[in-house]
Design a protein around this ligand. Structure first.
Ligand code: NAD
Length: 331
């Protein structure tokens, strides 16, 4: 089988090369992301291997089907970038990697919290500049603070476990309560209560029509003054314009994001010599209490190894016509 591999980065190749040419699976790496403009690259391939910011809308899928592509393997868990119904109509099968390393993302959420709080990024730069002043580096103890976790699936549960090392006050909100999380002593509450009572809120639910702009002007007004909001899930869970207003007012005390609503135009690229056209990210970057990483929650050795291993297995399962739980189907 020939697989066109889109949005290739050096770290993808490093881990996928182990599987190159094994069991007659051949990868061709393209640095371009997959969209309507690049779909022609997939001509002559049986499948495409894509990541979070490759856009597989109906028209792109139709063109993929027209050039003979039958398989879409996602190197990620989220699949909001693929029109699943359209893929099904075109007889294309979609697979994902549902749990390559929940710990990787949960630990990154903690990294955002600790950096924003203890300002280690600022201290690092200061000291390199010969500035040993402590002015404006004050943080707060996480001990006894209330942490609100929205979405307690694999990553949310892992995050709860980590945060129990800091505090015994963890609130959770999910459509479905996770018994393991409950048994850990985490208290499930309604969304409003969580928003009103948490010192730090971390988002771990998927992006769906229901969760889009879960954090908007109304929910932001419900927050405790100075609350820290962390998003390692998907950008559009937060209404960026409303978050900027809440930061300007001081209602939102800190914002740590690994994902951004318009990230497909920015993330995973070196744009340091370009003029950034996105005024919202430019405004966010200007706040001293905002920390942005460009979707690197997954970027650990363990997670990359698992992504390559499971993706390769997904291709073999597709070939063998096996129905597995990694197959994404519409509801
Ligand atoms: P999961 O499916 O195990 O858990 C998601 C949880 O969200 C479930 O418990 C579900 O019931 C809950 N949920 C769904 N709709 C909800 C709603 N309307 N309100 C409240 N809760 C709701 O998924 P996971 O593996 O924990 O991943 C969570 C998200 O993390 C993914 O959807 C993906 O967007 C994101 N992610 C980010 C990175 C990264 O690198 N930053 C990497 C992997 C995953």
């Amino acid at each position: 089988m020939k697989i066109a591999f889109f949005s290739t980065k050096s770290y993808d190749k490093e881990f996928f090369e182990t599987y190159q040419d094994q069991q007659e699976i051949h990868f061709k790496y393209f640095s371009a992301s997959l969209s309507i403009d690049t779909v022609a690259l997939a001509r002559g391939y049986d499948g495409v291997c894509v990541f979070v910011n490759d856009k597989l809308e109906e028209e792109t899928l139709q063109q993929l089907a027209a050039v003979g592509v039958k398989l879409i393997v996602l190197r990620c868990a989220g699949f909001n970038n693929v029109n699943i119904e359209a893929a099904e109509k075109l007889n294309m099968k979609v697979y994902r990697v549902p749990a390559y390393s929940p710990q990787a993302v949960a630990e990154h959420a903690l990294a955002l919290i600790l950096t924003l709080n203890r300002k280690t990024h600022k201290a690092y730069n200061r000291v390199r500049d010969g500035n040993f002043s402590l002015e404006r580096l004050q943080g707060f103890n996480l001990q006894h603070k209330t942490i609100g976790v929205i979405g307690t699936g694999k990553i949310g549960a892992s995050f709860c476990k980590i945060m129990q090392g800091f505090t015994d006050s963890i609130l959770a909100y999910d459509k479905y309560e996770n018994e393991t999380v409950k048994a850990m002593g985490v208290k499930y509450v309604d969304l409003e209560y969580l928003l009103e009572n948490s010192d730090i809120i971390s988002l771990h639910c998927p992006l769906t029509p229901e969760t889009k702009y879960l954090i908007d002007a109304t929910s932001l007004q419900n927050l405790k003054n100075g609350c820290m909001l962390i998003n390692t899930s998907r950008g559009a869970l937060i209404h960026t314009g409303d978050a900027i207003e809440a930061l300007k007012e001081g209602k939102l005390g800190y914002l740590g994001i690994d994902v951004y609503e318009q990230e497909e135009h920015l993330f995973f690229r070196d744009l340091s010599e370009n003029i950034i056209q996105d005024d919202q990210i430019a405004r966010l970057i200007s706040f001293p209490n905002v920390l942005i990483t460009s979707h690197q929650g997954f970027l650990t050795k363990e997670a990359l190894q698992e992504i390559a291993k499971v993706t390769f297995q997904n291709i073999l399962d597709f070939q063998a016509g096996k129905e597995t739980e990694n197959r994404v189907v519409s509801n």
